[in-house]
Design a protein around this ligand. Sequence first.
Ligand code: UDP
Ligand code: MG
Length: 320
Amino acid sequence: MNDTAPVLSVVIPVYNEEAVLPALFERLYPALDALERPYEVLFVNDGSRDRSVAMLREQYQRRPAQTRVILLQVNFGQHAAILAGFERSRGRYVVTLDADLQNPPEEVAKLLAKLEEGHDYVGTWRANRQDLWWRRAASKIVNAIRERATPIKMADHGCMLRGYGRQVIDTINATRENVTFIPALASIYASNPVEIQVKHDERVAGTSKYSLYRLIRLSFDLMTGFSTVPLQLFSLVGLVLSGLSGALVLYMLVRRVIVGPEVDGVFTLFAIVFFLLAITLFGIGLLGEYIGRIYVQVRQRPRYIIGAVLEQAPPPARPE
Ligand code: UDP
Ligand code: MG
């Protein structure tokens, strides 16, 4: 075993985080030094347009032995950025965390302990999650749907402070899916997973990089990327509704014969038609989600494009 090869890789996606980076550097490195294991921090700049890149460069100069910086060309999204970090990571274990200090770096010790016990995936849920009430409420709903509609079972898929073993990382790297949700993917590949509770803080500075729209997109990616249950559920709904509307037609026919022509209830009928129309539109949209995924996948565009990498030469390969 080569002494200089890192035991731990910490992957951190960074998108316009100039407000938090100084605080992150100040807390992250002491927390990792305290682990007393060789480590590397992989910052993946996800196309920031603020001073983040300059600040990452400075940090690289301060701690070149433990710091690597991957600069992506434009904004590819948090999960693509993490993938870029995974593909370049050298550690036996990999931990991801957010740049905004919502995931306390001191908690990495807990994850590392679990990884060293032999777990190849350390999932987490957030104690006293510090986010806006509507985010917490929305997460509850999405977590509940995900638990039922996909094969992924976890307490809290939104917490990005997670640990991964080398084999899980290699399998994720070999997966050629264009759009994905890393914790869910890893949970499928893990053979000895465990879940632990971790602390959660408020964002120390700056604002969330997720708009409502991007949050909804992410949830769709999670559902359609890991399950076809929504599609199947839809055919089921279609089946039940055709049964019901068939019965309604019969009933109307009988009435036509017995009572004769009538306009009563025309608005009720409108309501029913609109309702069915809405369901049809939803179905088309849902189909579109899956077709969109196929389309993105078929194009085979790169998941991210690396502009530059700041790093020292890799240590000599580990003897097997
Ligand atoms: N992030 C990223 N690319 C994006 C959006 C976010 O790399 O397109 C990073 C961001 O810099 C942070 C992490 O992903 O390190 C989580 O983002 P944020 O804290 O804004 O999300 P929230 O905590 O509000 O869910
Ligand atoms: Mg955050």
